[in-house]
Design a protein around this ligand. Sequence first.
Ligand code: ADE
Ligand code: ZN
Length: 331
Amino acid sequence: MKQFIAALPKVELHLHIEGTLEPELMFALAKRNGISLPYADVAALATAYDFHNLQSFLDLYYQGAAVLQTEQDFFDLTWAYLVRCHEQHVVHTEVFFDPQTHLVRGIDMGTVVGGITAALDKAEQQWGISSCLILCFLRHLSEADALATLEAAIPYLDKIQGVGLDSSEVGNPPSKFVQVFARARALGLKAVAHAGEEGPASYIWEALDQLQVCRVDHGVRSTDDPRLIARLAEEQIPLTVCPLSNTRLKVFDQMADHSILRLLDQDVCVTVNSDDPAYFGGYMQENFEALAKDLKASKEQLRQLALNGVQASWMPSLRKKRLIGEILTLL
Ligand SMILES: Nc1ncnc2[nH]cnc12
Ligand SMILES: [Zn+2]
């Protein structure tokens, strides 16, 4: 099964680049930038990765991101992730970044976007890994802050394909960001949003109807609402599901309880993604392997999840068609 998963061409649609910061790189960048971390060493940091919900993770994630200062830091971070993509046969990735985390520390948009996209471009040239970049708004901050962030990104819109919405979900519904998403769409950007990770199914309806997203990130709480499931299936609105993230953040107590295969059975276009792999114990390969091991997913089901990833992506349709053909030959 491991070999079958390794051979599957995989597409990643839900990946926070700041969430790929491995402990070793965090320490190396802290040293390079003269920053002291509140942990003695890599082992001490790793023991702190014991989360009980989304917020307990986010507190550490924002603290870790503070070691990222220069364009070279953003390049090194992104490159390390792309090496993993190459090793795991991830052929296309749509990468989130959280500019507000960096702007507030006095780092400018050009430094962040420049470093990330230099690495994305190099991976495309060197290995043919294609990519998109998605600017996420932090939902615990105001809509005015999100609007200012979008304005700061305007000089870089040739490098950014979409906007997203992340951070602390409960109490920060999609409806809080209607204006900034309307502005982003008017600028020609695609829209996605985290909804129904910890928040209720009603947030998924809001993301669809008020933000007009073309995909929902997580969306696993959709199972609370049969009408919503029917709509997701009918309109083939993709959910970017993150199995290891959901168990690490206690959205599900254990992988055996995860709803991804039930959603697949109901014809929802569910996809597999790693979210914040440095914090949650695995990249794409490990997420697929967890479904095989703990949910007893069959090769046919894993192949369908990989096909859904291609279908749900923003890659050009000719590339989609070729990849779908390639995946269909595997079985
Ligand atoms: N899983 C997640 N949910 C919300 N915001 C995030 N930011 C990084 N990872 C996230
Ligand atoms: Zn996420």
